[in-house]
Design a binder for this molecule. Structure first.
Ligand SMILES: [Zn+2]
Length: 149
């Protein structure tokens, strides 16, 4: 059965071909066989397309490089308004900054954690070492503290 390739049909074929529609689908839409489409495409000299099945593993998926998740470094919030020795009151962070006896020697002064001499940030600083050492040399620590007391 000869196919009547009207101008309209050819136009449709070319449009569908350009869209990447499969020859089978084009044939179904134009009411012709797949082979007729393949033959016509060849005769029209349309640019070759890779069949979707063959091309899919060959085309690497362009994936956006994922930015590394940046973890914020834990910063100890240090009060901008540090307090001097005489201004230091109960419940204020007693974390010293600067040289003792020096003009700019000050204390953190932020609200201290209940039962602790320092604010949250300075507690983290102050107790990192002691928690790490805890259990390793408890006797020495006790001995020193008792001697001081
Ligand atoms: Zn503090």
């Amino acid at each position: 059965m000869a196919i009547d390739w009207t101008t309209d049909r050819i136009k449709t074929l070319m449009a569908l071909w350009a869209e990447g529609i499969s020859t089978l689908e084009i044939g179904r839409r134009l009411g012709v066989t797949k082979n007729s489409i393949v033959g016509k495409v060849h005769r029209l000299g349309l640019p070759k397309r890779q069949s979707p099945i063959n091309s899919s593993p060959r085309t690497p998926r362009v994936t956006k490089p994922t930015a590394p998740i940046r973890t914020r470094p834990q910063t100890v919030p240090i009060s901008a308004n540090m307090v001097k020795m005489e201004k230091l009151t109960l419940g204020m962070c007693k974390w010293p900054e600067g040289e003792p006896g020096h003009e700019d020697f000050r204390f953190c002064g932020q609200p201290a954690i209940e039962g602790k001499p320092y604010c949250a940030g300075h507690c983290a600083r102050a107790y990192v070492k002691s928690t790490r050492d805890r259990g390793q040399k408890p006797q020495i620590a006790t001995r020193i503290s008792s001697r001081v007391a």
